[in-house]
Design a binder for this molecule. Structure first.
Ligand code: SF4
Ligand code: SF4
Length: 290
């Protein structure tokens, strides 16, 4: 490894396990539910599941039909569709007493509706059982199909999040099948369908992007009326995934956050451990105050 690829100290986090957390993990297994928090071994899990009372569920099974080169989710033949999943997610939100829930999913290119109907049903089920929990959805690009986006927006999530992930030039190398412009289009259309629902997108850094390219992403998101941006450090999940080209310092993230805010985002989280769903509860509040 070269010097710049060695993991800096600010990324070395020690996980401690407490009883609460073990109980929640057991609940997930018993209900056959999957969270990104666990599967991505997210370093923020204790803070999120503990004091912040937020979690990210991954619906539509645990196997993705795509294989993005930064992502640790299993890929291959998808699971059979589980029509009871929305209710089980909603029940878990009750048990976990969540203030904010993020619902994401593997890409289901095998389904005509891209899984959008189950997405919508999950939003409705959570809302019925947890009227005070804010709901953020983080779908794939849904194949760019208008009706699929409409299905999700009709269920009125509190935030529509769709990740741009990386800069335009690196998109074909980093994201399987996804297209930079299709992601922008989804964000733009979602806003047109429900203008009062904030939209959000995340960028990972450390894949070889230039400073100018980062600024271009900010401008493209703003040009498509995206309200909230998060910027985090890419970490290589296994040796088979893309290597990290650069670790950005907390100060560099701070600078990028300032630039993003100057471009008109209502909220921007930027930092080495920032994930798409990190501190999402604060973003809903920020968006609501607008
Ligand atoms: Fe889960 Fe997101 Fe929190 Fe990580 S930042 S623990 S993925 S809710
Ligand atoms: Fe991972 Fe999403 Fe890509 Fe599937 S589409 S491999 S879940 S990033």
């Amino acid at each position: 490894k070269t010097e710049h690829q060695r993991k800096p100290d600010w990324l070395k986090i020690k996980l401690n396990t407490n009883e609460d957390y073990k109980g929640l993990k057991k609940l997930m297994r018993e209900n056959n539910l999957h969270t990104v928090c666990e599967e991505a071994r997210c370093p923020n899990i204790h803070e999120c599941w503990g004091s912040r009372r937020t979690a990210t569920f991954m619906i539509l099974g645990a196997v993705c039909t795509r294989a993005c080169r930064f992502c640790a989710v299993k890929t291959g033949l998808p699971n059979e569709l589980d029509l009871a999943e929305p209710e089980r997610v909603a029940d878990s939100v009750v048990i976990m007493n969540l203030k904010h829930v993020v619902v994401t999913a593997v890409a289901r290119d095998d389904l005509k509706d891209g899984g959008s109907e189950i997405f919508a049903e999950t939003i409705r089920a959570i809302r019925r059982k947890n009227p005070f929990t804010t709901i953020e959805v983080l779908p794939s690009d849904m194949g760019g199909i208008e009706q699929n986006i409409q299905n999700i927006m009709d269920a009125k999530p509190d935030i529509l999040n769709h990740n741009i992930e990386t800069v335009r030039r690196l998109t074909p190398r980093v994201r399987a099948r996804a297209k930079y412009d299709r992601s922008l289009e989804l964000l733009r259309r979602a806003k047109e369908m429900q203008p009062t629902i904030p939209t959000k997108s995340s960028l990972m850094l450390g894949l070889g992007e230039t400073h100018e390219e980062i600024l271009e992403v900010m401008d493209d998101l703003r040009a498509n009326n995206v309200d909230i941006m998060t910027i985090g450090q890419y970490l290589q999940p296994t040796k088979k995934h893309l290597p990290v080209q650069k670790y950005y310092s907390p100060a560099e993230f701070g600078e990028l956050r300032k630039i993003a805010m100057s471009k008109g985002f209502s909220h921007c989280e930027a930092g080495p451990l920032v994930r798409s769903s990190y501190h999402a509860d604060e973003q809903v509040n920020a968006a609501a105050k607008q």
